[in-house]
Design a protein around this ligand. Structure first.
Ligand code: HEC
Ligand code: HEC
Length: 404
């Protein structure tokens, strides 16, 4: 009998925990709960702890519900998010202690009211430096978080991160961002020591594991968990799809849309969807995740080409999500366009004949497409893009700054 139990434990260990069964870390799956002395999960904050936390933070034992709930989309998303881990991630996201000169937090360049982008072509980072590219809106990239906020940090995600797709794990993206001298300029290996000096972190980290140590892996797990809880799916477009029933798609007429939004939807499906489909559904089928959309005949910033050293990749950039696009001006990897009008005019008449220009933007003779949209159609496209603005995301208190 004893042997059977041992076997069962061993088996459970293999099935449930990819990383290790030694770990008591909550973020490594449920398997370990079979061990008698396994950590059972976070205890509520004590009154003493709350007094310390509340000197700096607005936090109580009633944590926000960070779960992502499918609102009824044909293709929506649900995931369970461990609330103490997400709450810690939220504190880290808004804390300037993550940057070398204590002047910058993630939220400096990813502002909630701007759909977690900012309003500058290049963002101000530490020590007076600027980023080399435009900040990317968060909350709309495909899910990478499994139950419990997960081994997520090492999970490969199905859409790579950054304009040049140089990161395929959230762990890698976060490390690059924190250490980037133009962004936060903080070496990761000593970040845990810094956090230890703030009275609130030892308390918050105690909710992640039995012994409560602040480790860099846990810093990344918490940030990744919070990022994974930010999910935009309550725009007018979403509501219009939900109203049409669970099998509705963007190819069909949407009753909640006015005439201009409907015209814009048709134009979008015909001309833009093949590349920007992931804007609508995480699981949309698209042929490629990056493209050269003909901004230049000669790119100064070679994008993916500078990573792969392959000429065929020059001028290719990640195809950005267009969710909340109304809020995230200026546009493109270098923030060259101030308004959506300028973007539409670019697609209408300004596409350049780069050698790598994507086929979708070429006409039958292989020249850059001239869409020749009418004024009415240009307005309609913009009206459609604005149906992807999700007001809930912009003001939802669970994503807001927890500092007093
Ligand atoms: C100084 C401004 C700045 C700060 C601070 C900053 N970011 Fe960013 N973030 C950017 C820019 C710019 C990009 C795009 C960079 C690129 O593609 O080369 C980006 C990209 C990202 C991406 C990739 C999104 C995608 O869809 O590919 C994520 C995720 C992200 N940041 C999260 C964070 C988190 C979390 C923090 C805090 C730990 C943070 N950022 C701090 C400016 C910043
Ligand atoms: C061949 C694929 C492709 C097609 C088709 C396409 N786009 Fe894009 N789009 C891209 C890429 C790639 C970028 C980013 C380019 C860069 O920054 O260098 C982009 C960027 C954008 C942006 C700016 C996003 C941001 O966050 O800065 C908007 C808005 C946009 N496209 C709208 C449209 C519209 C509207 C259409 C249809 C008329 C369209 N796109 C068709 C690939 C495409």
């Amino acid at each position: 009998m004893k042997n059977e139990i041992l076997l069962f434990l061993l088996f459970g260990c293999i099935i449930f925990s990819q990383s290790s069964c030694k770990s008591d870390d909550r973020s490594h799956g449920q398997g370990g709960q079979m061990f008698a002395n396994f950590w059972q999960g976070p205890e509520p904050f004590t009154n003493e702890e709350l007094t310390i936390l509340n000197e700096t933070l607005n936090i109580s034992n009633t944590l926000p519900d960070f779960d992502v709930n499918n609102l009824g989309h044909s293709n929506g998303t649900s995931r369970i998010v461990e609330p103490y881990t997400a709450m810690l991630g939220r504190v880290l996201f808004y804390d300037k202690v993550l940057s070398d000169d204590l002047s910058i937090s993630c939220a400096s360049c990813h502002q909630q009211s701007l759909a977690f982008a900012d309003n500058q072509a290049f963002s101000d980072g530490v020590n007076g430096n600027q980023t080399l590219r435009n900040s990317i809106a968060l909350g709309s990239f495909p899910s990478f978080i499994s139950t419990y906020g997960a081994g997520a940090v090492n999970d490969t995600i199905n859409q790579k991160l950054f304009w040049d797709e140089r990161s395929s794990t959230i762990h890698n993206q976060l490390t690059a961002t924190i250490q980037n001298p133009n962004e936060m300029g903080q070496l990761l290996y000593s970040l845990n020591l810094r956090l230890n000096d703030r009275p609130y972190y030892p308390i918050l980290f105690k909710r992640l594991s039995k012994e409560g140590t602040i480790t860099n892996a846990r810093i990344l797990t918490a940030l990744a968990t919070f990022l994974g809880s930010i999910h935009s799916q309550n725009s007018l477009l979403d509501q219009a799809l939900i109203q049409m029933g669970t099998n509705s798609t963007i190819d069909q007429d949407l009753e909640m849309f006015n005439l201009s939004q409907e015209l814009g939807r048709e134009l979008f499906v015909e001309n833009c969807m093949s590349c920007h489909g992931k804007s609508i559904f995480e699981s949309a089928d698209i042929l490629f995740t990056s493209a050269n959309n003909g901004l230049e005949e000669e790119y100064l910033d070679r994008g993916i080409g500078a990573i792969t050293f392959d000429e065929n990749d020059n001028g290719k950039f990640k195809i950005p999500s267009l969710r909340n696009i109304e809020m995230t001006a200026p546009y493109m990897h270098d923030g060259r366009f101030e308004t959506l009008q300028e973007v539409i005019e670019f697609y209408n008449s300004g596409i350049q004949a780069h050698l790598n220009l994507n086929e979708e933007l070429k006409d039958v003779d292989g020249n850059p497409k001239q869409f020749n949209f009418t004024e009415e159609e240009k307005i309609a496209l913009i009206d459609f893009l604005k149906t992807m603005t999700d007001e809930t995301l912009l003001i939802d208190s669970k994503y807001s700054d927890p500092f007093k």
